[in-house]
Design a protein around this ligand. Structure first.
Ligand code: B12
Length: 250
């Protein structure tokens, strides 16, 4: 015999539960609650990324993914927002190298976890090939550009430093890249940069955009380098890439 209190709480429980579940206001509340949990998770992901805390960012990203948040949303609303916040603080004059390296590393760790084999071509904004041309071993700037673009959802094929022009054009064709990014710190690599467009043309790759950056190249003009754009910073390059790829025919 159930007690009075027990029967008040358990009487017709299944029916009451399903009535509550079918109530549209209840459903709306559930959707809102789930969204709030995810949004606060996304805010935590952004905060851990901008703190440069790779381990905490990785844990937040895994939690969001396990809660059913699509990988694209984690990249677009989490990684990209974090990079935008760092972008807002970084100009050519005020550029905190340590901070950007830490944030970039955290973004890369999360991106590698979300896309174990790199961002697949069909889920990325576009594929780009990046390298430091042959004769130049500087690669810190190139690595930052790679991290920024990965955080913004591009698939970046990094050919490393001291890269021959032939390897670049070969990779652009193989990877069906939309753009080539060249990072140069030595003025002596300018002749290498000028060889890139003819090397692409030899393979019939006329629509591929060429972007240059790095301390030596950013002092030169697009005509001197025979490239489409010269970027001052990694973020500047990301914006140029975004706008020049948007102009492409669909
Ligand atoms: C660190 C450094 C080195 C390190 C490189 C370590 C590494 N893994 O990269 C080491 C010690 C190896 C080195 C070696 C040499 N170096 Co050195 N090096 C530097 C130094 C101090 C900093 C460069 C750097 O990493 N800056 C930080 C990065 C983040 O800046 P950044 O590359 O410009 O990138 C930013 C932007 O430009 C942009 N960006 C970069 N690339 C791209 C590309 C694209 C597409 C886009 C969109 C954006 C973009 O993104 C970044 C963030 O916004 C500079 C001096 C200076 N103040 O620049 C000299 C400097 C570049 N080196 C120089 C020289 C001469 C050499 C050596 C030849 C020295 C020697 N005699 O052996 C050798 C090079 C050997 C070779 N064959 O390459 C000269 C170059 C002179 C010139 N104009 O040609 C400089 C300017 C020093 C000087 N004042 O004389 N170097």
């Amino acid at each position: 015999m159930p007690s009075e209190r027990q029967s008040a709480t358990t009487e017709n429980l299944p029916e009451r539960q399903s009535a509550v579940a079918e109530n549209p206001f209840h459903q709306l509340r559930c959707v809102r609650a789930a969204r709030m949990v995810r949004n606060s998770g996304m805010q935590r992901l952004i905060a851990t990324l901008t703190d440069g805390d790779s381990a905490a960012a990785l844990a937040e990203a895994q939690r969001l993914r396990d809660a059913g948040v699509p990988v694209e949303r984690i990249v677009n609303e989490g990684l990209e927002t974090a990079m935008e916040q760092v972008d807002a603080k970084c100009t050519v004059e005020a550029f905190n190298l340590l901070e950007i390296m830490l944030v970039g590393r955290a973004v890369t760790v999360v991106a590698n976890e979300l896309y174990l084999r790199g961002i697949p071509p069909d889920r990325s904004k576009a594929t780009v090939v990046i390298a430091t041309p042959e004769g130049d071993v500087h690669d810190l700037g190139k690595n930052i550009v790679t991290m920024v673009l990965t955080g913004k959802g591009y698939r970046v094929v990094d050919l490393g430093r001291n890269c021959p022009v032939s390897a670049l054009s070969e990779a652009v064709e193989r990877e069906q890249a939309a753009a080539v990014l060249l990072s140069g710190l030595l003025t002596t690599v300018i002749p290498q940069v000028r060889r890139v467009r003819p090397a692409l043309a030899e393979r019939g790759l006329f629509d591929v955009k060429i972007l240059a950056g790095g301390a030596a190249l950013r002092q030169a003009s697009t005509e001197e380098l025979d490239v489409d754009y010269v970027a001052q910073t990694a973020f500047d390059g990301a914006r140029l890439l975004e706008s020049c790829l948007a102009e492409r025919p669909a």
